[in-house]
Design a protein around this ligand. Structure first.
Ligand code: F6P
Length: 328
């Protein structure tokens, strides 16, 4: 254990995700367990630049494990993208005597952490918190499981009205450049077709599949469309294209949007956040730096930031196969 580790700062950055509060709670309680002072930084890197710091104790994190969002608030700071912004942030950290930082967020958050460490020598450990599940070195990110359940619940409701009116619904889900939410929620909600960025099936294949469905007598259908899918048409253009080229479909579009980021975290996300919060503090105590803690086959592991944010994750081919069989 590093003897000089006396003060650890914690912040949440980028898009919020259910379970971030549970992660902050675990960091604060681990600090208290190891007799380290914990400093909460508000509004992510923007709060770091502006010196919005507050001492957090176990009392500060009472009754937060079940709450969505992040009580430390979050931001996508433009100023932190500049050298000057990061210098201001480092000055605040040094003035406050913060020995190391724990950042909870996604790829943008980890990119910022790399620069902060490189330019100012501040040790940083990351915790993956994003609904997108688009980070390497962890099987799951905090917030993903809750978002999946929110999406499945929403699609179940859409299916009720789709089937009552014999309609085809195109449902857009989040995920940025990753199709994990679309593919998993789509299979879970029994969608007839799923469009994801990792695999550009092309509009024509979707049309063939719809044609087949119609011939088989199907009167209502759900197509899940990942926001980053690569057909070249947005969801409204896709709906128009189907309407113009296939007879017999009454089409509606539903963009689920930010409801996917809200709500109480699932039990899975709370447990994952608790494990990773403890793991992050212990990684710093072992002297690790510039790494993200993740979960791999139920074991808490660390991976360097560069690996965590490199490239896209491979498509779950087995799930793709399952979808093809179960929609026949
Ligand atoms: O990264 C999380 C996420 O919700 C993505 O799925 C989405 O593309 C993006 O953030 C939306 O960001 P904002 O809330 O800044 O519009």
């Amino acid at each position: 254990m590093l003897e000089k580790m006396q003060k650890i700062g914690v912040l949440t950055s980028g898009g919020d995700a259910p379970g971030m509060n549970a992660a902050i709670r675990a960091v604060v309680r681990s600090c208290s367990f190891y007799n380290i002072e914990c400093i909460g930084i508000y509004r992510g890197y923007q709060g770091l630049i502006e010196g919005e710091f507050e001492v957090l104790t176990a009392r500060s994190v009472r009754n937060v494990i079940n709450k969505g969002g992040t009580f430390l608030k979050s931001a996508r700071s433009q100023e932190f993208r500049t050298k000057e912004g990061r210098a201001k942030a480092a000055t605040h950290l040094k003035k406050e005597g913060v020995d190391a930082l724990i950042v909870i967020g996604g790829d943008g958050t980890f990119t910022g952490a790399i620069y902060l460490e490189q330019e100012h020598g501040i040790p940083v450990v990351g915790i993956p918190g994003t609904i997108d599940n688009d980070i390497n070195g962890t099987d799951y990110t905090i917030g993903y499981d809750t978002a999946l359940n929110t999406v499945v619940d929403a699609i179940d409701k859409i299916r009720d009205t789709a089937s009552s009116h014999d309609r085809l619904f195109l449902v857009e889900v989040m995920g940025r450049d990753a199709g994990d939410i679309a593919l998993n929620a789509g299979v879970g909600a029994g969608a007839e077709e799923i469009l994801i960025p990792e695999e550009n099936m092309g509009v024509e294949k979707m049309m063939e599949s719809l044609e087949k469905s119609r011939k088989s007598g199907k009167t209502s259908s759900i197509i899940v469309v990942a926001e980053g899918e690569k057909s070249g048409k947005n969801i409204f253009e896709l709906a128009d294209y189907i309407g113009q080229n296939l007879e017999g479909y009454d089409i509606r579009v539903s963009v689920l949007g930010h409801i996917q980021r809200g709500g109480a975290p699932s039990c899975y996300d709370r447990v994952l956040a608790s494990k990773l919060g403890v793991g992050a503090v212990e990684a710093l105590l072992r002297g690790e730096n510039r790494v993200m803690v993740g979960i791999t086959h139920k074991v808490v592991t660390t991976v360097d930031f560069e690996t965590a944010i490199s490239g896209t994750r491979p498509l779950d081919k087995e799930l793709r196969r399952v979808l093809n069989i179960t929609t026949v």
